[in-house]
Design a protein around this ligand. Structure first.
Ligand code: ZN
Length: 408
């Protein structure tokens, strides 16, 4: 069997989709259910139908294109929503590579034992209420309260955003009932890091997806006068935060190398020249591919923060904002990907994904796997996002062969 994808066609699909949602401030802004997203959905629906796939959409706006009849389906896809000022490959490359694979299988009239189904998940980027809205609805992980309470990143409630669409909170919650039986799911995605590029390897086979713990934290001290309060009498919340940032990073680097810690947002109050910072609120993101380490990290980092607070005479508070469990990709999936890579003569690297993906949500209901392709300088979520088309061709050919294996 020497079936290959048509790169020129895949490339032109990616370029065409990239024209929808062009942002005058740069890149593509196509958050789910925005005007540009609704336009992109129409475009994708037409492509699915043109490819001879059977189109359907569930209550969460996840879009499907099925090839073949009844039975447990092998799913392939990703997402077409973007961050604000995003690039043209994150998500879209996976959906359109999946489309190209199904199109080729259909053209060759390959008869496979199981049906194949393309999927494009709604709001992977979390512009609405947390990441992975579509795949979480698909897997049945959402509850009504979360949707009602959720304020979108545009500052408006989800209901208000849905008002301009055919979807409602009820329809999103019903999506799980419309789910087909899933045999397996494969997702091709840009790496969003620079490992493959640095090693000049075209393919990453993901064996683990890191779990994460997002928290909002605060050190609360005392906003004293900066000219009259001696250094030793201060309860400076900024110094406590700086101390925590350094010691926390040292802790992860020395005891749990390979895990990650990031403080990405810091607000200092009252925020003036002449007042010792009385309160600092900051985001804390830590990740690991091992759930045991993730638990240990939580204990150790919180103990460290408490220790710093008591030494410096402050209080420490924190609450969880989001938590996901690490995922181990089943060997039956990674073995197929490795074998097909060898047959195709493509060098590959076994990898851990530090970023979250729809595949990690779908893995809760079916065996799921991921193929990474390099992206230039590891840049993603940016208008500068770029790939080598030859790498995408390899990734899509691998995807094609793995899909055929899984559906045979
Ligand atoms: Zn993505």
């Amino acid at each position: 069997m020497d079936i290959k994808i048509n790169l020129e066609r895949l490339k032109s699909d990616i370029e065409e989709l990239a024209q929808i949602g062009q942002d005058p401030r740069g890149g593509i802004s196509r958050p789910s259910f925005s005007k540009s997203d609704l336009e992109a959905r129409e475009w994708l629906k037409e492509k699915i139908c043109q490819a001879g796939l059977c189109f359907r959409q569930d209550g969460a706006g996840n879009m499907f294109g099925r090839l073949g009849g009844e039975g447990r389906a092998v799913l392939v896809g990703s997402h077409i929503d973007t961050v604000i000022n995003g690039g043209k490959f994150d998500g879209s490359a996976g959906v359109l590579a999946g489309l190209e694979c199904l199109r080729r299988i259909n053209e060759e009239k390959l008869r496979l034992a199981k049906p194949l189904e393309l999927v494009s998940f709604t709001d992977e980027e979390g512009n609405l209420v947390g990441d992975f809205l579509g795949s979480r609805a698909f897997a049945g992980l959402l509850n009504r309260e979360e949707l009602e309470r959720g304020i979108t990143s545009f500052g408006r409630p989800l209901q208000e955003i849905l008002a301009g669409t055919e979807f409602t909170l009820e329809s999103i919650l019903r999506a799980k009932e419309e789910r087909p039986e899933v045999e397996a799911f494969l997702e091709l995605h840009i790496e969003q890091g620079a490992v493959l590029e640095n090693e000049s390897i075209p393919i990453g086979i993901v064996e683990k997806i890191a779990g994460k713990n997002y928290r909002w934290c605060s050190f609360v001290g005392k906003p004293d006068h900066s000219g009259t309060t001696p250094l030793e009498l201060r309860h400076d919340a900024f110094l406590a935060t700086a101390d925590f940032a350094l010691k926390g990073t040292q802790l992860v680097a020395t005891r749990h190398y390979g895990s990650m810690i990031t403080i990405g947002r810091v607000t200092v109050q009252p925020g003036s020249f002449s007042v010792v910072p009385g309160q600092v609120d900051f985001s804390l993101d830590f990740r690991s591919a091992s759930s045991e380490i993730l638990e240990v990290l939580e204990k150790e980092l919180l103990a460290l923060a408490e220790d710093i607070a008591s030494t410096r005479g402050l209080s420490f508070f924190s609450r969880v904002v989001d938590k996901t469990e690490p995922v181990k990709i089943p060997p039956r999936i990674t073995e197929i990907l490795q074998e097909e890579c060898r047959k195709l003569g493509y060098p590959f690297l076994m990898m851990t994904s530090g970023a979250g993906h729809d595949a990690q949500i779908v893995s809760l209901i079916a065996d799921s796997g991921m193929i990474f392709i390099p992206c230039l300088d590891g840049i993603s979520h940016s208008p500068q996002e770029m790939i080598d088309w030859g790498d995408l061709e390899k990734g899509a050919n691998l995807l094609l062969r793995a899909l055929i294996r899984l559906a045979s």
